[in-house]
Design a protein around this ligand. Structure first.
Ligand code: HEC
Length: 149
């Protein structure tokens, strides 16, 4: 019997721990820039700070790239509603959130697409600096902006 009970107890405590973690749903103190989650959104590093989008109207091009590279996690509508994106910690951001959109600059979006989650110590989001050309990353920024609700 022991062999059955011990793993069951271990599993129960893991589940209890996971449940207690999941309930601390308040934004961290560092998150002063919008969004209802716990992601800390610092200003982009100097090499990105203040950059402006050279192709702000490239929404159609950006949409195609988004459909290929981003919907797996951010969902077809960009609102983070996807099985893969919601399974990540933190989950893939709802990019349609107006509060978030107002709080972040194009430089921030470009930086996060370029460097991925690692820029903030998260594993979830892949960096796109090798996959997409600089111009394509800006086209995606233009599309992300068009998602604002
Ligand atoms: C493998 C899953 C995955 C893919 C693919 C992915 N993302 Fe993300 N993305 C995430 C996760 C998870 C987060 C939240 C954690 C973080 O900020 O790194 C995130 C965060 C972001 C943020 C920062 C928003 C914030 O909360 O501050 C932006 C902007 C973004 N993604 C845009 C994109 C775009 C555009 C693409 C496609 C070029 C893309 N992502 C592809 C998982 C992904």
């Amino acid at each position: 019997m022991k062999r059955v009970i011990l793993p069951a107890l271990a599993l129960a405590s893991v589940l209890a721990f996971a449940a207690s973690c999941g309930n601390s749903g308040k934004p961290a103190d560092g998150n002063k820039t919008g969004g209802d989650d716990k992601i800390v959104r610092p200003a982009p590093p100097d090499e990105y700070k203040g950059k402006t989008n050279p192709t702000p109207d490239a929404v159609e091009e950006g949409k195609k790239l988004f459909e290929t590279h981003c919907v797996t996690c951010h969902g077809p509508n960009g609102d983070g509603d996807s099985p893969v994106g919601s399974a990540l910690t933190p989950p893939a951001t709802n990019l349609t959130d107006a509060k978030l959109q107002d709080a972040i600059g194009d430089d921030y979006i470009f930086w996060r697409i370029t460097e991925g989650g690692k820029a903030l110590g998260y594993e979830g989001m892949t960096p796109f600096k090798e996959t997409l050309k600089e111009e394509q990353r800006w086209q995606v920024v233009a599309y992300v902006r068009s998602l604002k609700k």
